[in-house]
Write a protein that binds this ligand. Sequence first.
Ligand SMILES: [Fe+2]
Length: 441
Amino acid sequence: MTESPAPPHAGDDEALRERALAALLTARERTTLLTDSVDDHDLTAQHSPLMSPLVWDLAHIGNQEELWLLRGVAGREAMRPEIDGLYDAFEHPRATRPSLPLLAPGEARSYASEVRGRALDVLESTPLGDGPALVRSGFAFGMIAQHEQQHDETMLITHQLRSGPAALTAPEPPRAVDAPPAEVLVPGGPFTMGTSAEPWALDNERPAHQRDVPGFVIDTAPVTCGAYRAFIEDGGYGERRWWAPEGWAMVREHELAAPLFWHRDSGQWLRRRFGVTEPVPDDEPVLHVSWYEADAYARWAGRRLPTEAEWEKAARHDPVSGRSRRYPWGDEDPTPERANLGQRHLRPAPAGAYPAGRAPCGAGQLIADVWEWTASDFLPYPGFAPFPYREYSEVFFGPEHKVLRGGSFAVDTVACRGTFRNWDLPVRRQIFSGFRTARDL
Ligand SMILES: [Fe+2]
C-alpha cells in the first residue's frame, strides 16, 4: 500500500516557481474581486459577529505574506511593525476586530499590494528545489497562496451574511447527467491515509500512514435539500431522539427548524443566497447545516456520518493499484470538468453532476460543492509534527472540533486535495457545509 508518487512539478525549480506564481496571482485576483465588489462602508462594517470586517481580512492576508515570505524566507525587516498585533488572529477574536484601529480600505489595499510586489521578487530569486524546509518545493509560497484562498472563502461567507442586494454574480454550475445508484460499497481492508509526497500539503495532512477500514456503504452524492426537507417535514427538528444532547440543546435554545438562510413562505421553502431570495432547489446538496444537524439527519435516516478515514478511503483508494490517489479521479489536478471549485459557480452543483470527477468506488462530488462533515474529531495522525508553526493545526486538535472534508464551491484548487482536512465547531452553520451518510455492511 502506498500513495501516488509526488506530482510532476515537485523537485523541478522552474515548474515550482511557475506553479507558485500562478497560485499567488489567482488568489489575488479573487481577493480583489471580493473586496472591490462592495463599497468602503461594506468593507469596514461587521456583517456578523462571527466574521471580521472584509478590510481586516485584506490587510491580514498582506501581513501574513509579509511575515512568511519577506521576513521568514528573505530575512527582511518588518515594513510596519506597529500593525502586526492588529492582524494577529490569535490576539483579537473576530467579534472585537471592528473596534481596532485597522488600516482604512485604501491603506490596506496599498499595503497588500506592496507586500505582493516584494514577495514576487523573493520568489524570483529564491532556489526552491532544495534548501531549508520552509522553501523546499516552494512550500512557503504554496502555504501563503492557500492562506489567501482560505481567507477568500471566509470573505465569501461574509458576502453571504451581509444584507442588501447581490454584489457577486456567477454562471450556473453544470446539471446532473444521470442518476447514479444511491449508495456504493467500499470493501474492507487497509489503505494509505494522509500524504508524505504532496509538496504543499499542510502539517495536519502528514504523514502518509496505513489505516485498516472495515467495509462500509456510502452515499454516492451529498444529501440533497429535497432529502433534508423530508427530515424537516417529518418533524425532525422536534424529536429529541434524533439528536445528540448538545445538538438538542442548540435546537431548543435557538429554535432551529431548518438550515441557516432557509425560511418558509406560503408553504414553500425559500433561501437567501448572496443577496437573492430563491426557492430551495430539491436536487442540490444541502448547505449551511451544523454537524449536529447532519448527525441528527443521519440518525433519522437510519444511517450515520462516515468517519474521516472512511471518507478518505472512498475518495482516494484505488483497488486496482492498491495506491491512494491525489484526487478521486486520479493524480491530475482539478479541472472545471471534474469539480466545482474556485468560486466559479456560487452554489453547489446538483447531486449527480461531475461524472468525470467520480472515485473508483463510484462516489461523486467528494471534492468541491459542499464541505462534508465527518463523524471524526480533529486529531493528529501518527507521527504528526507541527510545521511551520504550532498555531496552524496543533492548538485545534481535540474533541471540540469535527473534521470536514472535500472542499466546497468556495475553495480554490490550491487549497483542496484528497488529503486536505478542515475543522470547525459542531454548532457552526455559516460555513459552506453539507454532508453525506454511510452505513455498516
Ligand atoms: Fe489567517
